[in-house]
Design a protein around this ligand. Structure first.
Ligand SMILES: C[S@@+](CC[C@H](N)C(=O)[O-])C[C@H]1O[C@@H](n2cnc3c(N)ncnc32)[C@H](O)[C@@H]1O
Length: 193
């Protein structure tokens, strides 16, 4: 009995260490390559976004893209709550994309594509199929580039949802809504005209 307990606690320790190293590796590699650590959108933020979308936007049948999708939490969230036509996540962290692609397959999640891709270097690849909604949770130094990508490559009427950090004030996109919580703006929703 004591051996089994010892074995189990060792197994647990190894599991905890492996997950911690995975997260540290993942966090720092994305931080050094992109200047953005890989932190998933907060669940309470997504809940806030959900109540906004339920009231103001239709998601079903639309194509969603998360630029810098990390683990793909946001694209899975969209699939869990609505029926989009397809949800794409782009990230240049190979390890994360491959790992989460395998997990999604294991869970039998369909209509989702996680793609290893640097969207800053090659943005035209993103809008091959008409994209309706773009989601970003990136840092301020990248937001000017996001605005440029939207201006150049997005179709008219495409929605851009920015989490926590937003487009520069002088943007060619129209601000549709600001989603606030506790006096802080958590999301801004823009539309490409
Ligand atoms: C803060 S995380 C957001 C993850 C996810 N969108 C979410 O909200 O849960 C930002 C992600 O953007 C990715 N990223 C940053 N710049 C990128 C680029 N140029 N090409 C592809 N991915 C990029 C990082 O690797 C990181 O995983």
């Amino acid at each position: 009995m004591i051996y089994i307990l010892l074995l189990l606690s060792w197994g647990l320790l190894v599991l905890i260490l492996a997950s911690a190293s995975y997260y540290y590796y993942y966090y720092f590699t994305t931080l050094s390559t992109n200047g953005v650590p890989s932190i998933g959108s907060f669940s309470h933020d997504l809940l806030l976004l959900k109540s906004y979308l339920e009231n103001y936007e239709s998601i079903d049948g639309k194509t969603i893209v998360d630029l810098g999708c990390g683990e793909g939490k946001v694209v899975r969230y969209f699939l869990k709550h609505w029926s989009p036509k397809h949800a794409y996540g782009y990230d240049n962290n190979r390890f994360s994309i491959r790992f989460w692609r395998a997990i999604n397959k294991l869970w039998g999640i369909q209509n989702i594509s996680l793609i290893e891709h640097d969207f800053m270097e090659n943005p035209e690849k993103i809008n091959r199929e008409r994209v309706d909604i773009v989601y970003v949770y990136l840092f301020p130094h990248l937001m000017e580039k996001v605005e440029k990508i939207m201006r150049k490559h997005a179709n008219r009427g495409t929605l851009l949802i920015c989490s926590r950090f937003f487009l520069p004030k002088k943007t060619s996109l129209t601000l549709k809504n600001s989603i606030m919580k506790e006096k802080a703006t958590r999301y801004k929703v823009y539309i490409k005209n």
